[in-house]
Design a protein around this ligand. Structure first.
Ligand code: TRP
Length: 346
């Protein structure tokens, strides 16, 4: 079903980018290189960009209310400090735009149980005790489809773990359009890939860098200070060989590939460009270069985040303005959706 051809009328949709991150935990270098850096790049191109703190998604698993509020602001600070400009991008938290939940309900009635049961993220997150998972966690991908389609977004930058959810978003759009005989929702394009789409653990190059890894040495947190960053890279797992001079030489060396990938992405270079430069060097020589580059890039971000978090009135004002701008796009699309479905509106 996901392979449906785009009809010519799909070109009626303006190029609009939507993406979201859950305000549910510590922010890592993986969030920066794998997601937000790309968000910033798309802001420069000729897209309209919306970036959302998806608090409604966060509560599909338990969140302490005060912590959730803090994390939502912290994520907003991270967005802004990383280069998302509230004048160019619409930055807001999901629950401030009630149309997300409203369209989410409609999509709960479009999506099929069988589709949802195939979602691997649900299976992973629910674990062995799926009977005890919230109904919200099961319906999570339908709400995600609503996030995207509420703005008729055409492009969605995400990590490759979200591919299946984007296919479901397409399936929901196709089924809705088909059931109601309309050409109303766009068939969204995932934007996946890039130099550092997957930042891996510093302790195990086959695992994704994650805020939930028990070892703090496995990740660089956006809040880490210079000494901590230096220490973590110094202790990062490597192999005994020198660096190759071409990307092919990283085959079968996941830790080396990860560190070179991080270095390249931080400096907006390709892996081949980096290796042309550092090929033949030992890790003892490369790691200090990596630390310098990481500190140079990350220190200004964490300083700016700390500044924004000191007085949250500016952040709250940005989010309020963002939610109003988001609503101005969302409300007419929801109204039209209700019309199509046959909801009587006064
Ligand atoms: N599920 C996404 C994640 O965990 C977060 C998300 C929610 C999202 N809604 C979205 C991403 C809409 C892109 C578009 O990373």
């Amino acid at each position: 079903m996901s392979d449906a051809v785009q009809t010519p009328s799909q070109s009626q949709f303006t190029k609009r980018v939507f993406s979201g991150i859950q305000p549910s935990g510590g922010l890592t270098l993986g969030n920066y290189l794998g997601a937000v850096k790309r968000f910033v790049e798309m802001q420069q191109a000729d897209y309209e960009t919306l970036y959302c703190m998806v608090d409604l998604h966060a509560i599909t698993v338990w969140q302490d209310p005060e912590t959730l509020r803090f994390r939502t602001r912290e994520l907003a600070a991270f967005f802004i400090a990383s280069g998302l400009d509230p004048a160019k991008s619409i930055l807001f938290n999901q629950s401030a735009v009630p149309e997300h939940a409203q369209l989410g309900w409609i999509f709960n009635c479009v999506a099929r149980m069988g589709w949802m049961q195939r979602m691997t993220q649900f299976k992973d997150k629910a674990g062995k005790n799926a009977q005890n998972a919230s109904l919200g966690l099961f319906g999570y991908p339908a709400l995600m489809a609503a996030d995207i389609l509420l703005y008729h977004a055409t492009h969605v930058p995400v990590g490759d773990d979200q591919k299946q959810h984007l296919e479901l978003t397409r399936d929901i759009a196709i089924k809705f359009n088909h059931d109601f005989g309309v050409d109303f929702f766009p068939i969204t394009e995932p934007v996946i890939g890039g130099p550092a789409a997957r930042v891996m653990s510093l302790r195990d190059g086959s695992k994704k860098m994650s805020k939930s890894d028990p070892s703090d040495l496995s990740r660089i947190n956006m809040s880490d200070d210079t000494d901590t960053i230096a220490q973590k890279f110094r202790k990062a797992k490597t192999d005994p060989d020198a660096l190759p001079s071409e990307a092919d030489g990283l085959e079968g060396r996941p830790e080396a590939r990860n560190l070179v990938g991080i270095y390249a992405a931080l400096g907006d270079e390709t892996v081949d460009q980096v290796l042309a430069d550092v090929g033949g060097k030992q890790f003892s020589e490369f790691k200090p270069m990596l630390v310098d580059r990481a500190v140079e890039k990350l220190a200004p971000i964490s300083t700016e985040m700390a500044r924004l978090m000191q007085d949250t009135t500016e952040l709250d004002r940005v989010l309020k303005d963002g939610s109003q701008r988001a609503r101005a796009i969302a409300a007419p699309i929801l109204k039209k959706t209700y019309d199509i479905v046959g909801m009587l509106q006064s």
